[in-house]
Write a protein that binds this ligand. Structure first.
Ligand code: ADP
Length: 237
């Protein structure tokens, strides 16, 4: 699949939050979307996930304008928002089954699919407990499982490793690599080290502008391979 941003701008009132963004994203890649707080990452994700529409410009998925035809994006999308709001009185099975229904997944396949995702995120031992009793990391893993419901081809994760311990982060990194082989994976974060080992492609946002988009190797070339240093240069300049 292919996503094209074509001169996309977004204003809230008179305030420009995203300015004239053009770029192309392709299956088979992990994109690290980075930028300081307030740079416009969440707004860009809102446009991409059809929660909001651009003020100017268009976003195309395989040539289709997603503002005109939001279902073409929604039917292919898995999304982890920044603050996963789990329903405290549901168990993880109930929660995922509920969202599988909303996503329109075939009823016969929901149960095995949910079991498979619970296992993938090591949640099987906790399925009988209510989500209100889960730790932050466990809730995050439920959110990640939810984002993968229905085998989406475009996966957008806002701060995916929040609350996870080092082992869980490593597992997640390996999973991302596997998923991205055939999909578009976008990881948004303001913690640059989070994407150092994961993303091969980088999108640097600053004050609503794309300051860099391309490979990480190219990005760090003039900085002795030091991603943090390269990033600091781009966001400071
Ligand atoms: P990031 O996710 O990179 O921290 P955001 O996309 O959340 O950045 O915000 C970018 C800028 O847009 C911020 O200055 C924020 O205050 C402003 N902004 C975001 N959403 C709105 C809104 N609904 N109305 C007005 N301003 C907004």
């Amino acid at each position: 699949m292919k996503i094209n941003f074509n001169h996309v701008s977004k204003q809230y009132g008179n305030y420009p939050v995203l300015k004239n963004i053009s770029m192309e994203l392709n299956s088979g890649n992990i994109y690290g979307l980075v930028g300081p707080n307030g740079a416009g990452k969440t707004t860009l994700i809102k446009l991409l996930t059809t929660i909001d529409v651009p003020t100017k410009g268009k976003i195309y998925l395989d040539g289709k304008d997603i503002a005109q035809d939001p279902t073409c994006m929604r039917g292919n999308l898995g999304y982890l928002p920044q603050d996963v709001n789990v329903y405290p009185y549901l168990t993880s099975v109930e929660y995922l089954t509920y969202f599988a229904g909303i996503k329109g997944i075939d009823k016969k396949t929901i149960k095995p699919h949910v079991q498979e995702l619970l296992e993938l995120f090591n949640l099987t031992p906790h399925v009988k407990k209510k989500l209100g009793t889960y730790s932050g990391g466990m809730k995050q893993r439920v959110g990640l499982a939810c984002a993968l419901l229905g085998n989406p081809q475009i996966i957008v994760l806002d701060e995916p490793s929040v609350g996870l311990d080092p082992e869980e982060r490593l597992n997640l990194r390996l999973l991302f690599e596997e998923l991205a082989k055939t999909r578009i994976l976008i990881l948004a974060t303001h913690i640059i080290s989070d994407i150092d080992l994961t993303a091969k492609q980088i999108i640097v946002l600053k004050k609503g502008e794309v300051k860099y988009t391309g490979t990480k190797d190219e990005f760090v070339k003039s900085y002795d391979g030091d991603l943090e240093e390269a990033y600091m240069h781009f966001v400071a300049s």
